[in-house]
Ligand binder design. Structure first.
Ligand SMILES: Cc1cc2nc3c(=O)[nH]c(=O)nc-3n(C[C@H](O)[C@H](O)[C@H](O)COP(=O)(O)OP(=O)(O)OC[C@H]3O[C@@H](n4cnc5c(N)ncnc54)[C@H](O)[C@@H]3O)c2cc1C
Length: 529
């Protein structure tokens, strides 16, 4: 961890690169690896943070190690799955995955508990056992999910096809998916059932895309649900293993990853990109620049006013809006996951079945019950954890938190924020711990360390202005934005990552595949799988 690439202060820019990628998230590393492996391109990846990987980087405190943005990835437990093949391709099979078992998610709503089992058949049977009179609703939900998934292939594929093809066939490629993405999750659930508890359970993974049923696009929820339906896996070695496994692919073609390397401007001449300007004023010239830093950063911070296409990108970002912020309590324990009997399944805890009302109450009143608490047990999922951290375990406890609640401290330096911030963190930490102890009682008295990250932490290490957990929001308006795709109006400037496709490790990596496909004029989705 932390030793991928070189630091900018040691970086001598003496060579010419074929492409510059801004940001080393999975979308940035993915596109860099594909340009390297598919076209032999020498790619320079510039990362602002001192550790590469974006939301896949891990950090250490007092001998424990935590992930920052990965708890589980769907589909990759199957060696022949589409996503696994992409991962195997960009990592040249260096990355290994640990399946997370038969129970993917445990869901607690009020005083009732449910399980999301791996496998459509198993999931359906368990749901029917919990809701015996709701077979029509459950079957119809699965049908709609299946159709959304099918339609998503051509919808996202269209983002990478050459402009003349998109002009003629684009509407046809988008139409089937838009039918689902234009609808809100809550509206679809209302047509399926009157059972509020079933609605709560079917929308329980809303935390994976960040929007409650009354706001989320049905299509986004359906894609997330489908993503985990057959099971999930965790990268062996922790989420940092992803960047470790991809970087040799980039370096083998002569590319480099440089950390501590903040880009402050994308340089253009007319409507053509010419390179990037670094925070120390140095210019790195290159006719091909790919941005993984999200659209608000790319258009709002890195492109000069008046650059062609900039306003169009900003309009698309505004139409979608920023996703919510989050707080995560990083917990360290001085026993192993096995000794503590920590499960691999994630735990979702909701105070009651109306997710929208729960969130509304919390937004209006910070002392209202936490609308969602997500508990993940990374050391239980990672068979390599014990080797790296003998006798230890970790837990991550997450909740959503509106950025506005934290913005008043944004200009105070991290680690030196005032007493009110410290108190607020203490209060939230203690509420998250209470929830943990209630649902995982065996860890009471075992917590040796904990530290809370807030949306200001996300803002600091990943540069999202509002500490967004998932980049742009995933409401219906997002999927109507034609600018959210790899190609921009500026020749030589391309987008990758979650804003070019969707949030999630899979979504952001697919953003990289679409971006590389569009740049190379080849459908890599077909050739890889
Ligand atoms: C708490 C949390 C939990 C999550 N859990 C899961 C999960 O279990 N499963 C799943 O599939 N997904 C999960 N996600 C979502 C997933 O992590 C993200 O959608 C995905 O990693 C985003 O990748 P990206 O490449 O788009 O961007 P990022 O990972 O955000 O990378 C962007 C990079 O750009 C860098 N950067 C920004 N500005 C500059 C600049 N000016 N110059 C240079 N570099 C810059 C940033 O520092 C950052 O490293 C989670 C996210 C969070 C936050």
């Amino acid at each position: 961890m932390g030793d991928i690439g070189e630091h900018y202060r040691n970086f001598e820019h003496t060579e010419n690169y074929d492409a510059v990628v801004i940001g080393s998230g999975i979308g940035g590393l993915g596109v860099a690896a594909l340009l390297a492996s598919e076209a032999g391109k020498r790619v320079l990846v510039l990362e602002r943070h001192t550790i590469a990987g974006g939301f896949t980087h891990t950090f250490n405190r007092k001998g424990w190690e935590w992930d920052t943005g990965l708890h589980y990835v769907g589909g990759v437990q199957e060696p022949n799955s589409f996503l696994r093949q992409i991962f195997d391709h960009v990592t040249q099979s260096r990355l290994k995955w640990q399946p997370t078992g038969d129970i993917v998610d445990r869901i607690v709503v009020g005083d009732r508990e449910f399980e999301y089992l791996a496998g459509q058949k198993q999931w359906r049977e368990r749901m029917l056992a919990d809701f015996p009179s709701e077979d029509t609703a459950i079957n119809r939900f699965l049908e709609l999910v299946g159709d959304t998934r099918k339609q998503s292939m051509s919808f996202f594929g269209e983002k990478a096809v050459p402009a003349p093809i998109a002009l003629i066939f684009g509407w046809l490629m988008r139409r089937g998916f838009l039918k689902h993405s234009d609808r809100k999750l809550g509206d679809v659930l209302d047509t399926l059932t009157d059972d509020q508890m079933l609605k709560a359970v079917l929308s329980a993974q809303y935390g994976d895309h960040g929007m409650p049923p009354a706001q989320a696009s049905f299509a986004m929820h359906a894609m997330v649900f489908a993503h985990y339906l057959e099971g999930a896996a965790y990268p062996i070695g922790g989420s940092a293993a992803i960047a470790e496994a991809i970087s040799p692919t980039i370096e083998a073609a002569g590319g480099r990853i440089v950390v501590g390397a903040e880009v402050v401007e994308i340089l253009t001449a007319g409507n053509r990109v010419t390179g990037v300007r670094m925070a120390d004023g140095r210019d790195i010239l290159c006719p091909l620049v790919i941005s993984d830093v999200g659209i608000p950063n790319t258009a709002g911070r890195l492109l000069r006013e008046g650059t062609p296409g900039r306003l169009q990108l900003l309009e698309a970002a505004n139409a979608a809006g920023p996703s919510v912020g989050h707080c995560c309590l990083h917990i360290g324990l001085e026993k192993t996951a096995e000794e503590l009997k920590l499960p691999m399944a994630n735990l979702w805890v909701y105070p009651g079945p109306d997710h929208d009302a729960n969130l509304r109450h919390f937004e209006a009143d910070p002392s209202a019950p936490l609308p969602l608490v997500f508990v993940s047990f990374p050391s239980a999922k990672d068979p390599d954890f014990e080797r790296r951290h003998p006798g230890r375990a970790t837990i991550e406890v997450t909740t959503f938190a509106p950025y506005e609640r934290f913005s008043r401290w944004q200009d105070q330096p991290a680690g030196r924020r005032d007493e009110a911030y410290v108190e607020m963190k203490k209060d939230l930490s203690s509420r998250l711990l209470q929830t943990l102890y209630y649902h995982v009682p065996q860890v009471k008295g075992e917590v040796a360390f904990h530290d809370l990250s807030t949306p200001l932490t996300t803002r600091w290490f990943c540069n999202y202005e509002h500490g967004e957990v998932y980049g742009l929001n995933h409401g219906p308006a997002r999927f109507r934005q034609r600018a959210l795709k790899p190609k921009t109006e500026i020749k030589g400037l391309w987008l990758t990552g979650q804003d070019a496709c969707t949030a999630g490790i899979a979504g952001a990596l697919l953003g990289g595949v679409l971006s590389a496909s569009a740049i190379l004029g080849r459908n890599l989705l077909k050739t890889i799988s």
